[in-house]
Design a protein around this ligand. Structure first.
Ligand code: ADP
Ligand code: ADP
Length: 226
C-alpha cells in the first residue's frame, strides 16, 4: 500500500493546452479518492500522469516516498482499470486473470494461488474454467478487476470504469468496487464525471474544473452543506 502525492503538478500538452494546473493532492494510504469534474477538466490527464502514461511538465509525483516522474509504468507498482476492459475471449477466466503474471518468472503454484485469492475476493471462484462469453456483464467487469489486483499493486487507478455499463449494472458495480476497495484496503484514485458515483463511493472527493483543483473533502462536507 502506498500514498499517491501530486506536488505542484502541471501538465501542458504539445499544443499549449494546460490540462492540469499546479495540482496539489495527496491520496492517503488505503484511501479511496474520487476526482470528479466535467469533461475536459483534466481528470484523465491527472490520472495518466500517476500511471506514467503522460509526461509531467512540472512538479513532482510521489508513490509512497518515491518520486516516480521518470519511472516507466511497469515500474510503478500500480494497476490501472479502464472503461473499455477487454477480456481475451478465447481464454478462460483463470487465464484472463493470470495474464499479467505471465512472463514474470513466477512459479505456476504462486500464479495459481494468486488467481484463486483474487477470484475469492471477487466471487468468481466458480467461474474460473469458463470463458468470458458465458459470464454476465457484472462478472466480466469483476474479471477485469481481478486482472488488476492479481499483481498486488500498491495502488489502483480507475478511469470511468463504469461509464459503458447500463444503469442497473452501474449501480451494482459501484457497490462492488466500494466493497472490493474496502476489503483490499488499497489506495485508489478513481476518476469520474458522475456526481452520484463521487458521492456514494469514495472516502474523499477532489473537485476539478478547467485543470484546477477546486476543493477536497468528504462527501458530506461537499454536498450536504445548506
Ligand atoms: P477529462 O478527463 O476531465 O475529460 P482530459 O484530461 O481528458 O479531461 O483533458 C483535459 C484538457 O486537455 C482538455 O482540454 C483536453 O482537450 C486536453 N487534452 C487532452 N489530451 C490532450 C492531448 N493529447 N493533446 C492536447 N490536449 C489534450
Ligand atoms: P475522455 O472524455 O475519456 O477524457 P476524450 O474523448 O476527451 O476522452 O479523449 C480521448 C483521447 O483523445 C485521449 O487519449 C486524449 O488524450 C485525446 N485528446 C483529448 N483532447 C485532445 C486534444 N485537444 N488534442 C489531442 N488529443 C486529445
Amino acid at each position: 500500500m502506498a500514498s499517491i502525492i501530486y506536488k505542484n503538478i502541471t501538465k501542458r500538452y504539445a499544443d499549449g493546452t494546460k490540462a492540469v494546473d499546479n495540482l496539489d493532492l495527496e491520496i492517503r494510504e488505503g484511501e479511496f479518492m474520487i476526482v470528479v469534474g466535467p469533461s475536459g477538466c483534466g481528470k484523465t490527464t491527472a490520472l495518466r500522469m500517476a500511471a506514467g502514461l503522460e509526461d509531467i511538465t512540472d512538479g513532482q509525483l510521489l508513490i509512497g516516498d518515491k518520486v516516480v516522474n521518470d519511472l516507466e509504468p511497469r515500474d510503478r507498482d500500480i494497476a490501472m482499470v479502464f472503461q473499455n476492459y477487454a477480456l481475451y475471449p478465447h481464454m478462460t477466466i483463470f487465464e484472463n486473470i493470470a495474464f499479467p503474471l505471465q512472463n514474470r518468472n513466477m512459479p505456476a503454484a504462486e500464479i495459481k494461488e494468486r488467481v484463486r485469492a483474487a477470484a475469492r475476493t471477487l466471487g468468481l471462484e466458480e467461474h474460473l474454467d469458463r470463458r468470458p462469453k458465458h459470464l454476465s456483464g457484472g462478472q466480466r467487469q469483476r474479471v477485469a478487476m481481478g486482472r488488476a489486483i492479481v499483481r498486488r499493486p500498491k495502488a489502483f487507478l480507475m478511469d470511468e470504469p463504469l461509464s459503458n455499463l447500463d444503469a442497473k449494472l452501474r449501480v451494482q458495480m459501484r457497490a462492488e468496487i466500494t466493497r472490493m476497495q474496502r476489503d483490499l484496503g488499497i489506495t485508489t484514485l478513481y476518476v469520474t464525471h458522475d456526481q452520484v458515483e463521487a458521492m456514494t463511493m469514495g472516502h474523499r472527493i477532489a473537485v476539478m474544473r478547467k485543470g484546477v483543483l477546486q476543493q477536497v473533502g468528504e462527501p458530506v462536507e461537499l454536498y450536504e452543506r445548506p
